[in-house]
Ligand binder design. Structure first.
Ligand code: ZN
Length: 395
């Protein structure tokens, strides 16, 4: 396959003697050589996210001598990130991820130009941020950014190297209709209902998995830049870490695809929060008019002995092992419909989950089934930890 790096950009790129030493093991690969290393130096790669996938992606791309690496991330390093986000260390907790990423990447390779975007990647910012880059690597863990990266990549003709991880399983592909493959929307035209697919924060992920999947993404990016081998465009690889099985699926482009199809209906970036049904999401369901209380209301009610109510936790048992609120009854959302008989329709029920999405779903279910005195806790146990009791761990 051809390199995605324009030939005219190569002419201005040469390697110093120090760089020739640094990349000696590349230069001795006949298919790479000096010209290939110049291609890597001429390349500009945008990495969306400096988290689990972004860590190995950025570290290996920097080590490989990619000339210019952009990273978008607005977050700070959290204690719960350290189990897998190897760009960041224990002393970085609380720092902007881009600051600790900068320290790590400059130590790996000071020859690389690093561009940092400490902002959200949204339909307002994405075009400007992605403009200078040859390809996009999606290292995020939410559907809004996944659809945004995909649509942006299709609309601008840049390949999108996709990776996703959950528990012991990962997926990787290259979505690049220009190179012949489908796009993410060809496979998944619509996002799942918000709250129905657990995120890594809710469902967990084994720490080494983003290392494996991120390395596969970095490898695909390097192949596209060097123009070597067969890219994953048109194929999706699923990795099952427990069974050690890689399975490959051949993907076909959907002629009806709303973004890369024959008659596209998405010709500009859209509002991805609205498309994915978030925003009325993590902390508030006020738009849907569900009765909700704040964590401060909940604390006041707990302290009022005359206030008799039943607190129901609709998270999974392993989440409850990390932290739970006193006297909460655990009924995971998926079991709630079959366990309604355990609750009294006349009692005052308060539901909570981790962030307020699943509790809103649970509340709708209770209201639909004649539980009239039910409400849920906005922001869930995460808000409780932040605003009421910091000794409750967040995850
Ligand atoms: Zn498509």
């Amino acid at each position: 396959m051809d390199s995605i790096i324009p030939e005219d950009r190569l002419e201005a790129v040469s390697l110093s003697s120090s760089e020739r030493g640094r990349y000696a093991r590349h230069l001795t690969i006949p298919d790479v050589g000096l010209e290939g290393q110049r291609r890597l130096k001429a390349a500009r790669v945008l990495c969306v996210g400096a988290g689990g996938l972004g860590s190995p992606v950025a570290m290996y791309l920097a080590a490989a001598g990619i000339g210019r690496i952009g990273i978008v991330d607005f977050d700070e390093v959290d204690f719960t990130n350290l189990q897998r986000q190897i760009l960041h260390g224990t002393s970085d907790v609380g720092r902007p991820k881009l600051d600790s990423a900068g320290d790590t990447l400059r130590e790996i390779n000071p020859e690389v130009q690093l561009d940092f975007y400490r902002e959200r990647f949204t339909s307002e910012t994405a075009r400007r941020i992605a403009e200078p880059y040859d390809l996009i690597i999606d290292g995020t863990d939410n559907f809004q950014t996944r659809y945004l990266s995909n649509d942006l990549a299709v609309l601008t003709g840049k390949p999108n190297v996709y990776g996703s991880i959950f528990r012991f399983e990962g997926q990787v592909s290259v979505f690049a209709p220009k190179l012949g493959g489908p796009c993410y929307r060809c496979l998944f035209p619509e996002p799942p209902e918000p709250g129905m697919v657990p995120s890594c924060a809710e469902g967990g992920v084994i720490g080494v998995l983003p290392g494996i999947v991120g390395c596969l993404q970095a490898n695909e990016a390097i192949k596209l830049i060097l123009g070597l081998g067969d890219s994953l465009a048109g194929r999706l690889v699923h990795f099952d870490a427990l069974r050690f099985r890689f399975r490959e699926f051949h993907l076909r482009r959907d002629p009806q695809c709303p973004v890369c199809g024959e008659n596209p209906t998405v010709t500009e970036l859209i509002d991805y929060d609205a498309f994915c049904g978030v925003g009325r999401g993590e902390t508030s369901t006020s738009e849907t008019m569900l009765p909700e209380i704040t964590v401060h209301d909940l604390k006041a009610r707990m302290e009022d002995e005359a206030d008799q109510f039943v607190l129901v936790d609709v998270r999974e048992p392993n989440e409850a092992e990390i932290c739970r609120l006193p006297d909460a009854i655990l009924i995971p959302l998926g079991e709630l419909a079959d366990r309604l008989h355990e609750l009294d329709r006349d009692s005052d029920i308060v539901i909570h989950c981790k962030g307020g999405v699943r509790s809103a779903k649970a509340l709708e279910l209770l209201l639909d089934n004649g539980f009239e005195k039910a409400s849920h806790v906005a922001g869930g146990i995460t808000a409780w930890s932040k605003e009421v009791d910091p000794s409750v761990p967040t995850y």
